[in-house]
Design a protein around this ligand. Structure first.
Ligand SMILES: NC(=O)c1ccc[n+]([C@@H]2O[C@H](COP(=O)([O-])OP(=O)(O)OC[C@H]3O[C@@H](n4cnc5c(N)ncnc54)[C@H](O)[C@@H]3O)[C@@H](O)[C@H]2O)c1
Length: 260
């Protein structure tokens, strides 16, 4: 198996995409550090990962706190040693009308999605450099909403566009250690985060949720939303040795929505 014995860290590991990636890592023989703020869903997710006969290390961490990130990564170092790959999957999508958008939602979006991604990547990179990891990988989940504007997606879009830029700047700084940094920009993927977006998006577009969902699917050349396992496959590929010559890039995975 491609990742046997490697140690992979996943943030947002209890969520739709984060869990699918954790499962994909585990299926290919990697031990998985599972970070999430939601203890209940995390406990259920960890049980499923342990069934693959790999080590799973769950930790409740608020990605908006740099102190919590650093503490968690210290524990990772003590328990697992070297980290081979990090998948930054934690995120919140707080859409809202510009005239009513609140400072609280702005700060939450930027702190969790962008600051959390940067400082968790920094902590993982420090671990990789300390342990002399060869071909380390940092894959961060941006979004189609960070590539093209979406109604009400002010803070979300800005945080996700920031992640595409971080892939480039981190790639430049970490190239000398052989660490590759990439981002992926998924289109709509059916997860709890999408259900939350659907509610806000429909409200802002003046449609029912069913109408809004149908309209969004019709805009996609491939005619459907992504499945979490399809997103996980791409993150897995970018975490593996098959992607040793890809760095600084953001890969769109949108069923053609932003590409054609
Ligand atoms: N679902 C989509 O349509 C879609 C599209 C493009 C990009 N994305 C991105 O993919 C990533 C995963 O999204 P998802 O759809 O799986 O969402 P999800 O809501 O299912 O999962 C997100 C996870 O992040 C965790 N999280 C939230 N705040 C946190 C915090 N402060 N600290 C630690 N963990 C926290 C949640 O508890 C949850 O388990 C997100 O970054 C999202 O922006 C999703």
């Amino acid at each position: 198996m491609e990742l046997t014995g490697r140690n992979c860290v996943v943030s947002g590991a209890a969520g739709g995409i984060g869990f699918a990636v954790s499962e994909k890592y585990a299926k290919s023989g990697a031990n998985v550090v599972m970070l999430d703020v939601n203890m209940k869903t995390l406990e259920r997710a960890v049980e499923k990962i342990e069934a693959y006969d790999v080590k799973a290390l769950p930790m409740v961490v608020d990605l908006a706190s740099v102190a919590e990130i650093e503490k968690a990564m210290e524990i990772v170092d003590q328990s697992f040693g070297a980290v081979n790959a990090l998948a930054n999957c934690a995120g919140v999508s707080l859409y809202g009308d510009l005239l009513e958008y609140t400072e609280k939602n702005w700060d939450l979006s930027l702190d969790i999605n962008l600051k959390g991604t940067f400082f968790l990547s920094q902590a993982a990179a420090k671990n990789m450099v300390k342990h002399g990891v060869k071909n380390g990988k940092i894959v961060s989940v941006s979004s189609q909403a960070g590539r093209v504007g979406e109604q009400g997606g002010h803070a979300y879009g800005a945080s996700k566009a920031g992640i595409c830029m971080l892939a480039q700047t981190m790639a430049l700084d970490l190239a000398k250690y052989g660490i590759c940094c990439t981002a992926i920009a998924p289109g709509i993927t059916d997860t709890p985060l999408f259900r939350n977006y659907l509610k806000n998006g429909a409200e802002m577009a003046g449609m029912t949720e069913q109408e809004f969902e149908k309209m969004r699917a019709q805009k996609i050349p491939l005619g459907r939303f992504a499945r979490t396992d399809e997103i996980a496959d791409l993150i897995w590929f970018l975490s593996s040795d098959k992607a040793n010559y890809i760095t600084g890039a953001t890969i769109d995975i949108t069923g053609g929505n932003v590409n054609v």
